[in-house]
Design a protein around this ligand. Structure first.
Ligand code: NAI
Length: 385
């Protein structure tokens, strides 16, 4: 961009940053004003979206006229373009959005808006939407694919297992990745769910879901999902994976076990998997619902060792009746899973994979770092909640 672009775009960035919500509200009002049918593509509540939207625009206005960070910006926009395929965004939608942005930028810049300013802003916006559009067009195959629920059963009152069979060809993804998922009860909401089994030719999928307090989608899955429901999937994300030939430490919290379980099942397909120690944490003994399955896996895969960890050693009344975890023959320790794992041994040469609640990931990382494990040896999915 030309030297004169920087002050214009940075001025716009500062005006936007002063009141991002109004900027976003106005852009969306312009967008829905010129193409009312677009409103149906968006969720009922737009506050999160407005926030994410202004974050991106601010970032573009910050980086684009500068000297650094262009490659990362292009990659970010390309990823956004690929992400937007699942909403059914078309060429025309990009044009309408670009016009709404230009018009709102004109309003925000007020008396500063002249021909040169308009050209600079339009160029920045065209570049942004152009990268998104180009990336979306370059992805082969359809934007979404479907699978049908064939079985659902309760693990306990707030956790379920859901099994599905793909109705469309399943795109390639790796064990340990998570999938953008939409359920029929919430047609505008996409959530990331980690399959608990590796992708396979039969198109089988399995998810372990806990109804998160205040989580509409997870609560609907636990309470309302039924065989016959059709779920829609879009892209696979996530970088959790095991590098062959190096010992592994896995730390799972609750249903965070799912992606690690999928990786363990795919490791079990190879005869020479590296020594792997899984720490499986739950709040109560009765919530260690996967120990039976892990017992079977460890019995035929001598490279796998499992340690169970519970916050409390006795079950509260609402968990009572669950099987005693000691029957599976694994050690069951008491404490926070991150604390226990860090005190347990020397993990400095291990590749470490962590999955579970956001706070558990953060605290486990911290404890392991304090125990000498380099951060770049630890993997986890983005900590979002
Ligand atoms: N790819 C991933 O990382 C995945 C993450 N999840 C997430 O895992 C979570 C599972 O929830 P639940 O089964 O209810 O787990 P939970 O609340 O029952 O906790 C399980 C374990 O995490 C530890 N933990 C919980 N909160 C902690 C904190 N603040 N600090 C330190 N340790 C803590 C507990 O001590 C226990 O060992 C959900 O938030 C879900 O979104 C689920 C699937 C995949």
């Amino acid at each position: 961009m030309s030297e004169t672009a920087r002050p214009v775009l940075h001025d716009l960035r500062d005006r936007l940053a002063a009141d991002p919500d109004t900027f976003a509200r106005n852009v969306f009002a312009r967008l829905f004003g010129s193409a009312p049918t677009l409103r149906d593509m968006f969720p009922a509540h737009l506050s999160h979206l407005r926030e994410a939207f202004t974050d991106v625009i601010e970032h573009v206005l910050d980086v684009l006229p500068g000297d650094d960070g262009h490659d990362e910006l292009i990659e970010l926009l390309a990823q956004l373009g690929r992400d937007h395929r699942k909403y059914g965004v078309t060429e025309e939608h990009y044009n309408v959005m670009a016009q709404a942005l230009v018009d709102e930028a004109a309003a925000a810049l007020g008396p500063r808006w002249d021909r040169a300013t308009a050209e600079t802003v339009a160029q920045a916006i065209m570049l942004t939407t152009g990268v998104m559009r180009g990336a979306a067009q370059s992805v082969p195959g359809p934007a979404t694919w479907r699978a049908q629920v064939v079985q659902k059963f309760d693990i306990n009152r707030e956790r379920v297992v859901v099994r599905l069979i793909a109705l469309d060809p399943m795109p390639q993804f790796r064990a340990g990745q998570y999938l953008e998922t939409r359920i029929p009860q919430w047609p505008h909401a996409w959530r990331n769910l980690s399959p608990s089994i590796p992708p396979n030719d039969a198109g089988e999928l399995e998810f372990h879901v806990r109804s998160v307090p205040g989580g509409h989608v997870s609560t609907s899955i636990v309470k309302e999902t039924a065989p016959g429901d059709i779920w829609t999937f879009a892209q696979a994300h996530g970088t959790l994976q095991v590098e062959a030939g190096r010992s592994v430490l896995m730390v799972a919290g609750g249903t965070g076990l799912a992606p690690l379980r999928a990786i363990l099942l795919s490791m079990a397909l190879h005869a020479d998997s590296a020594p792997t120690h899984l720490f499986y944490g739950a709040r109560f003994p009765g919530e260690l619902y996967e120990l039976g399955m892990l017992r079977e896996l460890a019995a035929v895969n001598p490279w796998l060792k499992v340690t169970a960890v519970v916050d409390d050693s006795t079950d509260p009344w609402w968990v009572e009746g669950a099987p005693d975890p000691h029957q599976w023959g694994f050690e069951v320790l008491r404490g926070r899973v991150g604390d226990i794992v860090a005190q347990y041994g020397d993990w400095t040469d291990r590749q470490v994979l962590i999955a579970g609640p956001a706070d558990m990931i953060t605290s486990t990382k911290l404890k392991l770092r304090m125990a000498g494990v380099p951060t770049d040896q630890m993997q986890h999915d983005p900590v979002l909640d």
